[in-house]
Ligand binder design. Structure first.
Ligand code: SF4
Ligand code: SF4
Length: 289
């Protein structure tokens, strides 16, 4: 883990259910007692950080991507659009031009090269961004519209929103989508540091290895937090030691943590050993003021 000042930290995990959101929310809330923090929920398919907020959001804005819309009246079926689309998002079916919005990357190529202006770009809603504000703590939740299949464009819109609206907030913490596929990669791409949350079980180790491989391919500085420490075995610790991966903290297994979390309550101000684990992470990341 680097010693340089941290501006953005991603909290990620190789699989769901490891305690990633518990850690991200509590870490952000704890640090916000000393400095302004933005917590961004980038798990757009299943955002759940807002369960900790008692009030409704301060703002909710619809988010759109631009998709070409076929104008049958102008089209001469010349095939230029289907040839230029490198994402295979537009095809000719008989005498119709069909756009597959899930595959469209909004690159404008077909729209701009259509000789008949038969493919104007139109807004298509893909989700919402909601914000909450409480003292030094800001929550930005990005949520994909039901039925939309592509998480990455929504993550990019949320990142743009964060960079437009919160560039003066000194610390951003991102709660990332679980797994190691495109949404997770898109979420951690621009951050300074990554915290990989895992648990000391064979499943935890297996998914941690995949997440570590991804971080190394992306050349991201990262460390590991072992959640539910005390259950399972020592294989995760042995793996981290062998691979020279820093363990930022061990969060002891405690049923009371799960109980508080399930009631939508913050944990760090009620359970001392949990707060100590967060302090350890702060120290390791240079976030102690
Ligand atoms: S490029 Fe324009 S005119 Fe040609 S097939 Fe596509 S929509 Fe029709
Ligand atoms: S905007 Fe780009 S990605 Fe979308 S259909 Fe047109 S050429 Fe393909």
């Amino acid at each position: 883990m680097t010693k340089r000042p941290v501006h953005s930290i991603a909290v990620a995990s190789g699989k769901g259910g490891t305690g990633k959101t518990l850690l991200a929310t509590n870490l952000a809330a704890k640090i916000s007692r000393d400095m302004p923090v933005v917590l961004a929920d980038l798990d757009v398919e299943e955002p759940n950080t807002s369960v900790f907020m008692a009030d409704p959001p301060k703002t909710t804005t619809d988010q759109y991507k631009l998709i070409p819309e076929w104008d049958q009246g102008k089209c001469v079926l010349c095939d230029v659009c289907t040839t230029v689309c490198r994402f295979h998002a537009i095809v000719k079916l008989g005498e119709m031009i069909v756009v597959f919005k899930e595959l469209c990357h909004s690159c404008y190529a077909c729209s701009e090269l259509c000789p008949e202006q038969a493919l104007p770009m139109k807004e298509h809603k893909i989700g919402t961004i909601s914000t909450w504000q409480k003292d030094n703590f800001t929550l930005v939740e990005s949520r994909l519209e039901v039925g939309e299949e592509q998480a990455v464009p929504m993550i990019h819109l949320a990142q743009q929103h964060l960079s437009d609206q919160y560039q003066k907030t000194p610390l951003h913490i991102y709660d990332c989508p679980p797994g190691t596929s495109c949404p997770m990669v898109a979420s951690v791409k621009e951050v300074d540091e990554v915290i990989l949350v895992t648990e000391p079980t064979p499943f935890g180790l297996n998914d941690l290895k995949l997440a570590v491989e991804t971080m190394r391919l992306m050349e991201k500085p990262f460390g590991v937090v072992i959640n539910r420490y005390g259950i399972g075995d020592t294989a995760v610790e042995e793996y981290c030691e062998k691979e020279k991966i820093p363990i930022l903290a061990r969060v002891r297994f405690d049923r009371e943590i799960a109980s508080l979390y399930s009631r939508g309550e913050m944990v760090f101000d009620k359970i001392d050993h949990f707060a100590e684990a967060l302090s350890e992470i702060q120290t390791r990341l240079g976030l102690n003021l």
